[in-house]
Design a protein around this ligand. Sequence first.
Ligand code: FAD
Length: 384
Amino acid sequence: MREKEDMVSSYRPVIIGAGVAGCAFAYHLTKQNEKPIVIEKKAGIGGKACTGLVSKRITDLINLPKKLIKNRVKTAVVHFPNGDMEVKGKEEAIVLDREGFVEELYERAKKGGAEFLFNERLLRFVVADKVIFKTEKRTKKTDVLIGADGVGSVVAQKYGLYSKTKSVTQAFAEYDTDVVEIFLGQDYGYPFGYVVPYEKGTSIIGVGGGRPNLEKFLDFLGAKKVFKWQAGAIPVSYPKYSAFERVLMAGDAGGFVKAFSGGSININLMLAKIGATAVKKAYDSGNFSTRFLSQNYEKVWKNKIGKDLKDNFLIRNVYDSMGESEFSMLYDLLQHEEVKRAISEKADMDFYSEVFRTIIKNKKAWGLGLRMILKNPSLIRGFF
Ligand SMILES: Cc1cc2nc3c(=O)[nH]c(=O)nc-3n(C[C@H](O)[C@H](O)[C@H](O)COP(=O)(O)OP(=O)(O)OC[C@H]3O[C@@H](n4cnc5c(N)ncnc54)[C@H](O)[C@@H]3O)c2cc1C
């Protein structure tokens, strides 16, 4: 049962980090009539390197104002070393005004009663009868703490959660295209080079690695004028554990990113809703145990997206073991009619599992599969 009102107000849910995960969580908590406190080490919202490419599913997850849609794209062209392949999605993808989007979540959370404390860094915390946490400015107690503090999370470190990360550098550059372009192969950085049409005359162009990789890629594309450079890191993991006594993990801090594509915005929106419901139930029942939070948070998201996140991690590991000759084999495989059909029927920007599993069951994929397993025997565990 809830404690007395004054106690509740002082033990409001605390979210560490005001990125897209933290702001989405705060917004959904306010929809559950909770008034979270969000602690952010930076002076304000925004400044995150992100392309903002999401599937149209985002419009089912949140009421998205039109002004935040910079572009819509229906076709992707994948460039392999030995040929190009066009993939047409069933539905168009959306390119967001990414800064505007996190600002929108922040405004909605604030309007719902969330309080944001900027210029304040979480230093450490312990879990006793409550969570006792220390920032640069105060020591405070809360009933439940949500770790949404991104890559290098203080909250994740406490639980020994570790995600490998890969750096990505991107630029808003003068370049005109109306399709998403993906370049596979070591020549174009790691894990791949991408071009996403942002607005007329401007695309977001990025590669794995640092600025020298991107400069090489921009040269290759003939994109000369850069308006803005951005760099960031993407976790590459599967978030096996995300609920502990009085603590939940969210966003990059918990490793909630599709390990292959690096996309997470829609996942964060989905998780925030599940998480906020779990937190509300915890307050209502007075139960903040690992078991209760696991059942109401971890189990729920695993049922919805667990298999896909796992397969994404596997695809990423397969990809990381591939060389130029395997990319060419993959291209040849993708030219077979039944494989093409599986892609056109089952390809989904958010969920790769179904199309991936359909392709690997096809006999034509076995040669490449065997070659990858011989190259990296640990991959076999991921297939079963
Ligand atoms: C280059 C790039 C391109 C991407 N493109 C896409 C894309 O097209 N589509 C897509 O869906 N996803 C994309 N992503 C992934 C997506 O942007 C991230 O996964 C997502 O922004 C993570 O949000 P977050 O809130 O978990 O983390 P962050 O946005 O990093 O927020 C964490 C916040 O916590 C704060 N913080 C950290 N430590 C503390 C502390 N100790 N105390 C207080 N505050 C703290 C930080 O200052 C930060 O504001 C991309 C990522 C990168 C790097």
